[in-house]
Every structure is written in C-alpha cells, then in structure tokens.
Write a new protein. Structure first.
Length: 237
C-alpha cells in the first residue's frame, strides 16, 4: 500500500508563490486548483490538505498582497509635516497599485469583503452578499482583516496626528471617517486609472491632463480641504 504524501511548509510556500505569480501575470481568473498544482509540481490534494480549498488559498493571497502594500506604506521615511506625510503615502499607494495591478485588483475581492464584514461590530449595518460564496475558515479571514487594518494604519495614524496637532482641521475623533473618505478618493482614482478609463474620460471631457497630473491635482484639492476643514465635515455616528 503506497504511503500517503506529506505536504509540508515548503509545499505551502511554493503553492502560494506560484499562485501569486499566476494571479499577478494573468489575473485572478486564471487561477485554478488543477493549474496551480501542475505549476507547483504537486497534486490538487496538497491545496485541500494545506489550505482547505481554493477559497482559503485566495484569502491567503489577499492577505499576502495587503501585507506587501502595507509594508510599502509603513516603511516610508516619516515627515514632520503631516500634510507632506499624507501626500507621500498617497503617492506611494498609487505607485504600488500601478506596479502590482493584478494584486491590487485581487485585494478588493469577496475574501476581503467577507473578512471586514465579519470583523465589524454594530457599526456594520448593511451587509451585501459576496458575488461568489466564500467558504474559507476563520483563520484565513482573520489574516485578511489583520492585513487590511495594518495597510490602512499609516494613513489613519497620519490623519489622527494631523488632527490632534491642529495641522488639519477637525475633531480627532472623526479620523476614522476621514481616513475612509481619503482612502475612497485614492482607491477610486487609482481604480479608474488601472481600468484604463481615466485618461480617455478626461480627454472626452476636453481635458489634456494626464493621469499623474490629475492624481496630484486631486491630492492638492483634498489636502486644501483638510487644512481649511472643508473635508472634515463628516457625519457622526
């Protein structure tokens, strides 16, 4: 009787590495259990033994991409002026997304949506069902949520510091809502650029502005609002 295969940490890391390569170069839709097993020189049983299934593996990839994004933001040299730090963080966010387009797209997946919703408390009032059922165990969803919080932390802390010091106008207690508003602006602009519709839209509306200049202009207006307080008038819970 043949001895059962042993799937160790090395096989796990190889599967994650190969899955990340497939997703990064061909997009998340190219990732299947059979394709991944073939690329990694193992069997589909290894995926189910080590991860419990493809949902869990995709969640692990989401966490991995978020960790990489978070590191790119948290390792920036600090600026004394929170406004300069905010600008540096925003530009680094865009730079990472443009350098890792498929990883960026895969971050905003059903795994992230489910992880954040289940980690929320009473503040989460509306739940939108994922487009694809996610059956990843809690340990994988926990890792996604932790990585998401870590990725958002540099931006949130910069805004909290700026509000607390008076460099930014507003109530320090509103930093969470303000951080979400700033991030939504960054994400929306970057997503339009990655989708290839930002510059054509600008052109169709009569603007000759390129994506980078538009991004910097949007940042400038956002920062101006933070200084005057115009961008801090957010609804309170």
């Amino acid at each position: 009787m043949p001895r059962p295969r042993r799937y160790d940490a090395a096989v796990r890391e190889r599967l994650l590495s190969d899955a990340a390569m497939i997703a990064a170069t061909e997009g998340p839709s190219a990732l299947s259990a059979r394709r991944l097993a073939t690329e990694s020189g193992t069997t589909t049983a290894a995926i189910y033994t080590l991860f419990g299934g493809m949902d869990s593996l995709r969640a692990a990839l989401t966490a991995q991409s978020l960790q990489d994004l978070g590191r790119s933001l948290s390792t920036l040299a600090p600026e004394a002026d929170p406004l300069n730090q905010l600008l540096k963080l925003a530009r680094a966010y865009r730079t990472w997304a443009l350098a890792h387009p498929n990883e960026y797209r895969s971050i905003f997946s059903d795994a992230l949506g489910l992880a954040v919703r289940r980690a929320g408390t009473g503040a989460v009032r509306t739940v939108v069902a994922p487009t694809v059922p996610i059956s990843a165990p809690e340990v994988f969803l926990d890792s996604v949520d932790e990585a998401w919080q870590a990725a958002m932390a540099p931006l949130n802390q910069t805004l909290r510091d700026g509000l607390a010091s008076g460099a930014l106008q507003g109530d320090p207690e509103s930093s969470g809502a303000l951080c979400t508003a700033v991030w939504a602006t960054l994400h929306g602009t970057v997503s339009l650029e990655l989708a290839g519709v930002l510059e054509p839209t600008l052109a169709s509306l009569g603007s000759e502005m390129g994506a980078e200049l538009f991004f910097d202009g949007t940042l400038g207006r956002m920062v101006a609002g933070l200084v005057t307080g115009a961008a801090t008038d957010v609804p309170q819970a």
